[in-house]
Design a protein around this ligand. Structure first.
Ligand SMILES: C=C(O[C@@H]1C=C(C(=O)O)C=C[C@H]1O)C(=O)O
Length: 191
């Protein structure tokens, strides 16, 4: 007979089901956050530029990771890919006014990096926003918002219920899904 403790440990060891984000078009979310965070989530222009201005030009990108990895299920669905497809992935922290304020994760099918492939691969700590917003061929799709699963965030910035937004950037060939999570302590005192 299998002892009770065996069942107990097996139950504790089993992975928690992945909490999924619940994306809604920003203006149709049933329980959106208050201003000014909602205004930041809905902002269609460059977040890099807005954060740079809000931090009085004290802005920098900290590169956490840039590598191919399996897409999360919601990312794969948004890009029309089978679950788990390997995608080009870039994760950064956007620092302004002396601290990380936003975690950003951008993913693209490796076959859809388009003409930007070389530039994307060599971005380093240059903001992706510079590349996206200086090219008039690249259009932003509608912004969606959701609370973001804590277990997808870097360890030191893990917190339940943080707000995120995502949108799709494309010039026809490039297919890039950019997700930005507003970290704890938001909004900035200056906003
Ligand atoms: C999309 C933008 O670029 C920002 C910069 C990123 C980066 O360097 O990886 C990622 C997402 C954005 O937060 C923007 O500035 O709006």
């Amino acid at each position: 007979m299998v002892p009770f403790t065996h069942y107990f440990h097996a139950a504790c060891a089993s992975p928690m089901p992945d909490m999924l984000p619940d994306w809604y078009p920003a203006k149709r979310h049933p329980a959106p956050p208050d201003a000014p965070l909602f205004d930041w989530l809905c902002h269609e222009g460059s977040l890099t530029l807005r954060l740079t201005e809000a931090g009085d030009r004290d802005f920098r990108v900290e590169l956490l990771k840039q590598a191919p990895e399996p897409a999360h299920d919601d990312e794969a669905a948004a890009l029309g890919l089978p679950p788990g497809t390997l995608v080009w992935t870039r994760e950064v922290l956007l620092h302004t006014a002396g601290a990380p304020r936003v975690y950003a994760r951008s993913v693209a099918p490796t076959s859809a990096l388009g003409n930007a492939a070389v530039e994307l691969d060599s971005l380093g700590t240059t903001s992706l926003g510079h590349l996206l917003f200086r090219n008039p061929q690249i259009r932003r799709g509608p912004i969606e918002i959701s609370r973001y699963p804590a277990d997808r965030l870097p360890d030191s910035w893990r917190s339940e219920g943080l707000w995120a937004r995502r949108s799709h950037f494309s010039d026809g060939k490039l297919q890039l899904l950019v997700c930005e999570v507003f970290l704890q302590g938001w909004p900035l005192a200056s906003t």
